[in-house]
Design a protein around this ligand. Structure first.
Ligand SMILES: Cc1cc2nc3c(=O)[nH]c(=O)nc-3n(C[C@H](O)[C@H](O)[C@H](O)COP(=O)(O)OP(=O)(O)OC[C@H]3O[C@@H](n4cnc5c(N)ncnc54)[C@H](O)[C@@H]3O)c2cc1C
Length: 627
């Protein structure tokens, strides 16, 4: 993290005269990644999932139908017992059938045999395919990490040679970054290449680990170091080149029907034309590809949530105990209300970001960038949001699968319902595409870099708007929700301001050492995530209400979810803020920071029990996740 993360200091900011906390709201949509924390966005400028076109919804339905027909039709118990080692032929057959429908070439441009879908529709695909259980990981590796490096960084010849065959699944693809000694610290990999004496081939030696699709892949995107290079370089490696051996399928906790193996390279000869991108450009490439994967993972996570909620609601309606359906118990309504709300707010932020990425892409195209450059830059722009959403989405799905299982009681523990499979499968989402710890750290570090190093973002105006006038107030503000959303907007703004106050204070204290205070950085990441999630949910509901999208009952349910979530977010923010302040602050600084905390996170007067019950009753009446 840059040394300058500390400036402007909170002290300097405290000296500044401030304008009202209700500063003018920008009605211009900001297409700057990370700017959500310093700026406000108008509801007119966000995409909401209620705006999916017929065509996009048809793609979603087609993908889900495919999963029902090819995977669920096997029987849920059989699907839950599938295993990459014994069922590899079947997994390959499903991948090939998916390719026949065009599903392996969604992101690939039409000129290379794909469908060339926009980014947000790609996210919707990720949500839809998640009902295919482990298969979502298999096709995810094919369509994302296994092929996007070629699409974004390949030469014309490389694209022509590989992409059409990936789109038809004639080539199955895998991505080899991780090694036994290089996981989160991916750039420390030991896999080496040296140029052959005749200069025609790179000779690769090394070992990769945890490689999805590795058991049957024909091509591998492999990251390795040339000679004594400091940074990785990427290569397109065909299994047919020789010198590659594949380890046994890993025995895993979940996603058992996805292939995960070690891959060994023993004097593997790679034609020089198969270097991908620039020499030593591999690490940057790996990070950029992971940025796209992170938000896709979040979309997949909410797909899993929706499916699980549907199962839980159906079961709760049918299951009778004490002469009534368990869906009528307050304890079960609590769970349903919570699961639905968290899924709804996460979804709001994911597709808002996806649409922003698409708009940014168009901006870059207008500037004359190539398609590959434009999409990479657009996703890169929203790297902070992608990291936060990866963390948030994976933690929501883990919460949801746990509660779905709990609602099923003993039946949730039985393989025959498939619920335990969902519980096991979801756990990986907190580990791959960068662990949640790494993504939390990265989101704050990236914000610091943009503010203080590249100056892409400016906190000045945000600091000027610090609510210093609140120091003169003696009692917290009381909120009560109403239809103007003024109070809700204020909560969101307060969370952002609290983040800026705490980030400034911690930065001033630790300076360049802040990156070593990981607990504090993670507190900051959690507050920043809540700011983004709350704002996205607010803008979605505000847009729906003001533009009268949806029937009255549905809108009411959505408003309830917004209010319930803001209430809960304030609690989470208080907890993170308390932890942060208690971890280092003393004396006057501690008192001032706690004062800000109290004033910026006052009680939001809603009735959480009533809201959860109403939300749950609405969903139970509909019989499924229905938003
Ligand atoms: C089923 C599965 C499929 C996978 N598929 C692929 C694939 O297709 N291709 C591929 O290349 N890789 C793949 N991976 C690898 C995956 O990306 C790594 O497991 C992940 O990046 C974490 O690396 P690691 O397992 O070595 O954990 P480690 O890096 O050893 O981390 C262990 C723990 O330490 C924490 N930690 C590490 N460094 C820090 C730090 N600086 N600060 C704070 N905490 C830290 C982590 O957050 C984690 O909690 C897959 C993994 C699994 C399990």
């Amino acid at each position: 993290m840059s040394k300058t993360i500390l400036e402007p200091s909170a002290e300097a900011a405290l000296k500044q005269e401030t304008s009202s906390v209700n500063g003018t709201m920008s009605h211009k949509m900001s297409l700057k990644g990370g700017a959500f924390i310093t700026e406000e966005t108008s509801y007119q400028n966000v995409f909401v999932p209620e705006e999916w076109t017929e065509e996009q919804l048809m793609i979603k339905e087609m993908v889900q139908d495919f999963c029902f027909k090819e995977i669920h039709a096997l029987g849920i118990e059989k699907a839950a017992m599938m295993d990459a080692e014994k069922d590899m032929d079947q997994i390959i057959a499903i991948l090939e059938k998916a390719a026949d429908l065009g599903l392996c070439g969604l992101a690939i441009d039409e000129e290379y045999g794909g469908l060339g879908l926009d980014f947000n529709t790609g996210l919707l695909f990720g949500e839809a395919i998640s009902v295919g259980f482990s298969f979502a990981t298999t096709i995810g590796a094919q369509t994302s990490i296994g092929s996007l490096p070629i699409l974004f960084y390949g030469t014309e010849a490389q694209k022509q040679k590989y992409l059409p065959k990936i789109a038809t699944a004639e080539y199955k693809a895998a991505y080899c970054l991780t090694e036994p000694s290089a996981g989160s610290d991916a750039n420390s990999g030991k896999t080496k290449v040296t140029l052959s004496e005749d200069g025609k081939h790179y000779i690769m030696n090394g070992q990769k680990m945890w490689i999805t699709n590795g058991g049957f892949a024909d091509i591998f995107i492999v990251f390795a170091k040339i000679d004594d290079d400091k940074n990785l370089t990427a290569f397109i490696v065909e299994k047919a080149f020789g010198g590659i051996s594949i380890g046994k399928e890993e025995k895993k906790l979940g996603i058992k029907a996805s292939s995960t193996v070690q891959v060994f390279f023993n004097d593997c000869p790679i034609p020089v034309a198969n270097m991908l991108g620039e020499r030593e450009g591999g690490f940057k490439m790996a990070l950029n590809i992971l940025n796209t994967g992170r938000i896709k993972l979040a979309a997949g996570a909410i797909g899993g949530c929706k499916f699980g909620i549907g199962r839980a609601v159906q079961y709760a309606k049918e299951r009778q105990q004490f002469n009534q359906s368990i869906a009528e118990f307050g304890a079960i309504k609590y769970k349903i209300g919570e699961m639905v709300t968290r899924t709804f707010v996460a979804e709001s932020a994911i597709y808002r970001t996806g649409a922003n990425i698409d708009e940014k892409y168009e901006e870059f195209i207008k500037e004359g960038k190539t398609k590959g450059e434009a999409i990479l830059l657009a996703v890169r722009e929203f790297a902070i949001e992608c990291a936060l959403l990866k963390v948030y989405g994976s933690e929501v799905v883990d919460y949801v699968v746990d509660e779905v299982l709990q609602i099923h009681g003993g039946m949730g523990y039985a393989v025959e319902t498939g619920v335990e499979m969902g519980y096991r499968d979801a756990r990986i989402t907190r580990i791959y595409e960068g662990t949640n710890e790494i993504n939390r750290l990265l989101s704050v570090a990236e914000l610091g870099r943009r503010v203080f190093k590249t100056k892409e973002l400016t906190l000045d105006s945000a600091y000027k708007k610090l609510p210093l006038h609140l120091l003169k107030q003696s009692s917290p503000i009381k909120f009560s929700g109403d239809d103007s959303f003024a109070k809700e907007r204020r909560i969101v703004k307060n969370i952002k301001q609290l983040f800026l106050v705490l980030m400034g204070a911690a930065g001033r204290k630790f300076r360049e050492q802040l990156e070593h205070e990981q607990e504090i950085v993670m507190n900051l990441a959690d507050i920043m995530a809540e700011a983004y999630i709350c704002e996205s949910a607010l803008l979605r509901v505000e847009k729906l209400v003001k533009e009268k999208k949806g029937d009255k009952k549905e809108l009411k349910a959505k408003k309830r979810m917004l209010r319930l979530y803001l209430y809960e977010a304030l609690d989470k923010v208080r907890k993170s803020g308390n932890d942060l302040i208690m971890s280092y602050a003393t004396g006057a600084e501690k008192r001032v920071l706690f004062f800000f905390m109290r004033v910026l996170t006052p009680t939001y007067h809603i009735n959480p029990k009533k809201l959860r019950r109403k939300i749950a009753e609405y969903v139970v009446e509909k019989g499924d996740y229905c938003f």
